[in-house]
Ligand binder design. Structure first.
Ligand code: UDP
Length: 329
């Protein structure tokens, strides 16, 4: 059985669908603070056999209960806070949950002799890029507590490998976009801060705000690498297979290797929706680097991971979700 922490959240729930389609047995552990019980219900309607345990990583007993009850073979660990701005205002919250919560999880894993983990890391561990595209050897100097909380876990994982033989795959995500092709689950944050959902939410007549058009990029807006969430989910399955076959630790960037500007993403949304959306340029958002995109060659060659979906695909599935999800919000 695979334990998926944060399986009621955005990337976690899409990965659960990928894994159940591949025949894995799943236990989801989530405190439902940012995840949703409705998402669990949808996942259970797809596969009745999914176990769900409501619990919090900051409480070791919650974690132990799972390991006592189920025979866990490996863990995919998504559960974390992930808002950069909030992490600057409240670093304690981030270190306590993302770093110490993970340490609790790892301690319990070692106690129960579970020695395989796939960890959700982030391109925010690199900080301000010294060069692009960013490869895995780029220096890691995070510029906010969110990135730092994740980098600390990467270091802990390396030390746990040396000391206890815990094998980890660290997946450093770039920007994630899109939703389940069948529209069953999607990106559901409250408040929503991300680019594509914010553009789509403005499509009904509100005004979408671009955070700055005076960056040193061709059109002045920030450039990011938007990887589709179902492509990203597939990378987790491949990472599990790699751990099973090779039994060794490694790290991979997950991105499309293509940088798209905010303005380009906005225009692509208008094209996909075939609709004009109101837009205004406002101040820069603090902490946004001008350009971030991935060199993902290592994931392509070692994991045999290839992205299959375009930015337009991500926008189209995200819009399908946005329209069908209104009853929940
Ligand atoms: N962005 C924007 N307006 C919004 C949300 C985001 O202009 O309402 C920009 C943001 O400044 C960044 C890019 O879109 O340059 C991607 O932001 P997002 O929050 O989606 O992801 P991040 O890069 O922060 O992980």
């Amino acid at each position: 059985m695979i334990l998926v922490t944060g399986g009621a959240g955005y990337i976690g729930s899409h990965t659960v669908i990928n894994l159940i389609n591949a025949g894995y047995k799943i236990c989801i552990f989530d405190n439902l603070e940012n995840g949703h019980i409705e998402t669990i219900n949808v996942l259970k309607s797809i596969e009745n056999d999914i176990e769900f345990v409501k619990g919090d990583l900051r409480n070791t007993e919650d974690i132990e209960k799972v390991f006592r009850q189920f025979k866990i073979d490996a863990v995919i660990h998504f559960a974390a806070y992930a808002l950069v701005g909030e992490s600057v205002e409240n670093p304690s919250k981030y270190y306590r949950n993302n770093t110490f919560g993970t340490l609790n999880l790892l301690d319990v894993m070692i106690k129960y002799n579970v020695k395989k983990i796939v960890f959700s890391s982030t391109c925010a561990t690199y900080g301000e890029p010294a060069y692009t595209p960013i490869d895995e050897n780029h220096v890691q100097k995070p510029i906010n507590p969110y990135g730092a909380s994740k980098l600390m876990v990467e270091r802990i994982l390396d030390d746990f490998d040396k000391a206890y033989g815990l094998k980890s795959i660290k997946l450093r995500y770039f920007n994630v976009a899109g939703c389940d092709e069948k529209g069953r689950i999607g990106e559901w944050h409250n408040p929503e801060t991300h680019l594509i959902p914010n553009i789509l939410k403005a499509a009904d007549g509100k005004v979408f705000k671009i955070f700055g058009n005076d960056y040193n990029t061709p059109d002045g807006t920030c450039i990011r690498d938007y990887v589709n969430v179902e492509d990203l989910a597939q990378a987790h399955r491949l990472a599990l297979i790699y751990l099973e076959n090779e039994n060794k630790s490694d790290v991979f960037n997950l991105g499309t290797e293509k940088g798209d500007s905010v303005k380009y993403v906005f225009e692509t949304c208008e094209k996909v929706l075939n609709k004009k959306i109101n837009v205004e340029i406002v101040e820069r958002r603090p902490g946004d680097p001008a350009i971030l995109y991935a060199n993902s060659k290592k994931a392509q060659t070692v994991l045999n991971w290839h992205t299959e979906r375009t930015l337009a695909d991500s926008i189209s599935t995200a819009y399908k979700w946005e329209v069908s999800n209104v009853q929940y919000i």
